[in-house]
Write a protein that binds this ligand. Structure first.
Ligand code: NAD
Length: 501
């Protein structure tokens, strides 16, 4: 094994570096491997599960307010360590520092929401449902829960999951992306510093072997997953087959409708950030503009061309960079393949980012922003998730035609409409078959006190991520019916079904 710094696991409150398998972690701006991450084997994951299992009884019985206080402490620590965490994110993911800060802030808001768990866990109570009978529902922790997360939000997506899970009294085993594991692990260390008892949150780095252990071990009661659709589907099927509660959020292909009456200048600015922010590596990114009418298409294209020509592509650490590199060489090759495919399929490449140069970073995974016109629904660049800085324009004649396209697509994560027409916007939000919808808002990512999730093949399971749905996902309802008859009351047996008749 090389002498690169090693990223290990956090189990039972201690750093663990067992296991023989590891892989390199690259800085995408330089193409240089700067660390190695250990890939947990089955026994290491089982050790994490055992620690979580052992920590559960005491943590479940810790008063909710004390559990919530840890979240309050963690929020402060995350704010204090923001620069350090953002530097870790940018060094391994590549996104620009201001974008890393935005991701971290959204994660912190989830920690903040988890600190309201005592309020959210209040049950439901009814007095006198029958003679001297009271009934109530309470929401009990499940036990050991697990999370498996993607590379594109290494700080935020794990914070969608474990803070609410543990605030509800569960313990947790987290398996972050092996491509950019350091910020996730550092946040878990800060959680210990915030007062989370050892074993309540465990982090195992790894790949399929670690994931499969979490999916099949009977001690794990629930699994939250965020990643690509093929893996989400596998996680859902395997976890459910092993008796677990599973929510698995998958990929996306989000369409933005631009109506002829839209404020084009503002729509273009919004589309720039939504298409090229984070190099397009967001599940809520906009890779497709559906322009209603040729005039809207021409106006949007003119605005995009102008703004794209001014975009600065460079390392995420430089304040002047608007867009950093793609995450890995393999992903760079995949995205480049899609651009070539789009040209071969007959779409018209108006802005070609393939030859972008970033001085001093020749080996970095940089791709400039690309713009295709004349994208058609039969094309691969229309159908498949590219997850890169590639924006396509689809031309339609009516709003309904655009909506039919969106509804026919396999994904249903996010969408938006740019318009000044309230009736059109209302018709769109009422009827579109997508889970998160924006009106003149290109990235309608719900805030921490709402829940996040797509429809169709963008989410497998019933409950969405974070927000109120997370409280339901990480707890089991128990309903208790209790009777305390007055002393001396004697009753005979009743054979009819108890009711209020
Ligand atoms: P990915 O599916 O490759 O990996 C996600 C996780 O699954 C990682 O922890 C990875 O180690 C694990 N994994 C990968 N292959 C596996 C296998 N064969 N068996 C078991 N586990 C496996 O996703 P990614 O490339 O890290 O992230 C990008 C994808 O995530 C995109 O498709 C994006 O749309 C999606 N995403 C979705 C949301 C959402 O909320 N819907 C949010 C962020 C990202």
């Amino acid at each position: 094994m090389s002498s690169l710094p090693l990223v290990g696991h956090l189990i039972g409150g201690a750093s663990v570096r067992t296991g023989s398998r590891s892989q390199e972690v690259f800085n995408p701006a330089t193409g240089v491997a700067e660390k190695r991450v250990l890939l947990a084997d089955k026994s290491t994951v089982e050790q994490a599960i055992a620690n979580a299992q052992q920590a559960f009884p005491a943590w479940r019985n810790t008063p909710p307010l004390k559990r919530a206080r840890v979240m309050g402490n963690l929020k402060v620590l995350l704010e204090q360590h923001a620069d350090e965490l953002c530097a870790l994110i940018t060094a391994e993911h590549g996104k620009v520092l201001s974008d890393a800060l935005g991701e971290l802030q959204r994660g912190i808001e989830n920690v903040e929401y988890a600190s309201y768990a005592p309020e959210l866990l209040k049950g439901e109570h009814s007095k006198n449902v029958g003679p001297a009978i009271d009934s109530w529902s309470e929401f009990q922790a499940l036990g050991v829960t697990a999370g498996i997360t993607p590379f594109n939000f290494p700080a935020m997506v794990p914070l969608w999951m474990w803070p609410m899970a543990v605030a509800c009294g569960n313990t947790f085993v987290l398996k972050p992306s092996e491509r950019d594991p350091s910020s996730t692990l550092r946040i878990a260390e800060l959680a210990l510093q915030a007062g989370l008892p050892p074993g309540v949150l465990n982090v195992v780095n790894g790949d399929k072997e670690a994931v499969d252990t979490l999916l099949t071990d009977p001690r794990v009661k629930a699994v939250s997953f965020v990643g690509s659709t093929p893996i989400a589907e596998y996680i859902y099927a395997t976890g459910c087959a092993h008796g677990k509660r599973v929510q698995a959020l998958g990929g996306a292909k989000n369409h933005a409708i631009v109506m002829p009456d839209a404020d084009i200048d503002n729509a273009v600015s919004a589309l720039m950030g939504a298409a090229f922010g984070s190099c397009g590596e967001r599940c809520m990114a906009i890779p497709l503009v559906v322009a209603v009418g040729d005039a809207a298409a021409e106006a949007v294209i003119a605005g995009l061309r102008e703004q794209m020509s001014k975009m600065k592509v460079g390392p995420g650490t430089e304040a002047s960079s608007d867009m950093g590199p793609l995450v890995t060489k393999a992903h760079f090759d995949k995205v480049l393949g899609y651009v070539n495919q789009g040209v071969a399929e007959g779409a018209s490449l108006l802005v070609d980012g393939r030859q972008v140069q970033v001085p001093g970073h020749d080996a970095g995974y940089f791709l400039g922003p690309c713009l295709f016109d004349q994208v058609k629904p039969g094309m691969k660049i229309y159908q498949e998730e590219i997850f890169g800085p590639v924006l396509g324009i689809v031309r339609v004649k009516t709003l309904q035609e655009g909506m039919d396209l969106i509804d026919a697509h396999e994904y249903g994560n996010g969408t938006c409409i740019f318009t000044r027409d309230g009736e059109a916007a209302r018709y769109f939000t009422d009827n579109i078959q997508v889970g998160m919808v924006g009106v003149n808002v290109p990235l309608p990512v719900p805030v921490a006190y709402h829940s996040f999730g797509g429809w169709k093949r963008s989410l497998f399971g019933d409950l969405h991520a974070y927000g109120p749905d997370a409280v339901r996902f990480y707890t089991k309802r128990k309903t208790i019916t209790q009777r305390w008859p007055s002393a001396g009351v004697r009753e005979g047996a009743v054979f009819s079904f108890p009711s209020s008749r």
